[in-house]
Design a protein around this ligand. Structure first.
Ligand SMILES: [Zn+2]
Ligand SMILES: [Zn+2]
Length: 275
C-alpha cells in the first residue's frame, strides 16, 4: 500500500513527528508514504510555512535514510492556491526535487467565501441552498484555475467541501449538477498528465463514509479516459494513515480501475489493485 498524502507537525494543523508517522506506517504494513506538508499561497506568512516546509524537507531526507529497507519515504508538498501568488509558488517549486507535488485550493478567491473548508459555514442559518450551489460552482471554477496554473502531479481532495455540506449538514447537494465544470477540470488534468487523488479523509461515520471525489466523479474520470489515481489518507494523526484504502480500492475496482499509482521523482509508478 502506498499512501500519497499526509502531514507531519511541520504543517500548521499536523500533530505528529515524522518518526511517529514512519513507525506507524511500518506497523500497518504500508510500503511507501509521501509526506506532503502544507504551504498555502493565501496563508504562508501568518503560518510561517516557508520555514516549516524547509524543516519538513530536512526531516524527510533524514527519515529516508533511517527507514531505508523498511519504508519508502517520498518527499512531497501540498501547494495550495498557486495562482494567488505565483512568485511564491515558483519559489516553493524550486526549493527541492520533490517526488510528488500536490496541487489544490483551500481558499476560494472569488464569490462568497475566502476559506473553502470552514465547517461552521454550511448550516441552513448561515447559507441558503442557492448560495451553497453558487459557492460550489465557484469552487469548481477555482479548481480549474489550479489545474491550468502550474505543473504538479496529483490534484488533492476534489469535492472536499462536501465533507461538511453533505457529510455534516446533510444539505443533499448532488455533485453532478456541476458535471460540465467537473468535466473541464478532469479533461485538463488528463491532458496535462495530472493524477486524480482519491482522498479518504472523510471515510468515517462522522462524515458519512465519503471519498473526495466519490463514485460519480470517478466514473466520469474513467469515461473520459483518466488512468492515474493516487490514494491519500490526508492523515494529520498516525492512526489515520491508510484509512479507508480497502474500501477505496474496492470502489475503484468496481468502476473498472485495475491500478492506482504513487509518484517517485515526479514519475507515476503504477500498483495493481489486488482484492
Ligand atoms: Zn488539503
Ligand atoms: Zn492535506
Amino acid at each position: 500500500m502506498y499512501d500519497s498524502h499526509m502531514h507531519s507537525k511541520n504543517s500548521h494543523d499536523g500533530k505528529e513527528t515524522l518518526d511517529a508517522l514512519c513507525q506507524t506506517a511500518i506497523e500497518k504494513g504500508v510500503k511507501g508514504i509521501a509526506v506532503t506538508d502544507h504551504i498555502d499561497m493565501h496563508s504562508y506568512v501568518r503560518r510561517n510555512a516557508w520555514v516549516t516546509l524547509k524543516q519538513s524537507i530536512a526531516d524527510i531526507r533524514e527519515a529516508r535514510e533511517k527507514y531505508k529497507g523498511q519504508l519508502e519515504v517520498f518527499c512531497g508538498v501540498e501547494l495550495g492556491g498557486f495562482p494567488y501568488d505565483r512568485e511564491m509558488g515558483e519559489k516553493v517549486l524550486a526549493l527541492t526535487d520533490y517526488d510528488v507535488i500536490i496541487g489544490t485550493a483551500h481558499y476560494i478567491s472569488r464569490g462568497r467565501f475566502a476559506e473553502a473548508y470552514s465547517k461552521e459555514k454550511y448550516d441552513r442559518e448561515s447559507i441558503s441552498d442557492e448560495e451553497i450551489i453558487a459557492f460550489l460552482g465557484d469552487y469548481f471554477d477555482e479548481m480549474l484555475d489550479i489545474v491550468e496554473s502550474f505543473h504538479f502531479h496529483t490534484l488533492a481532495h476534489l469535492t472536499c467541501p462536501l465533507r461538511y455540506i453533505n457529510g455534516i449538514y446533510h444539505r443533499g447537494i448532488d455533485v453532478m449538477i456541476y458535471e460540465d465544470k467537473i468535466r473541464l477540470v478532469l479533461q485538463k488534468m488528463i491532458e496535462k498528465g495530472i493524477a486524480l487523488e482519491v482522498n479518504t479523509s472523510g471515510y468515517s461515520e462522522k462524515y458519512g463514509y465519503m471519498f473526495y471525489p466519490d463514485r460519480e466523479v470517478l466514473q466520469l474520470y474513467k469515461k473520459l479516459g483518466g488512468e492515474l489515481i493516487t490514494l491519500g489518507s490526508d492523515a494529520h494523526v498516525c492512526k489515520n494513515i491508510g484509512m479507508g484504502f480497502d474500501a477505496a480500492k474496492k470502489l475503484l475496482k468496481s468502476i473498472g480501475f485495475d491500478e492506482y499509482c504513487y509518484f517517485e521523482k515526479g514519475q507515476a509508478k503504477r500498483v495493481a489493485i489486488t482484492e
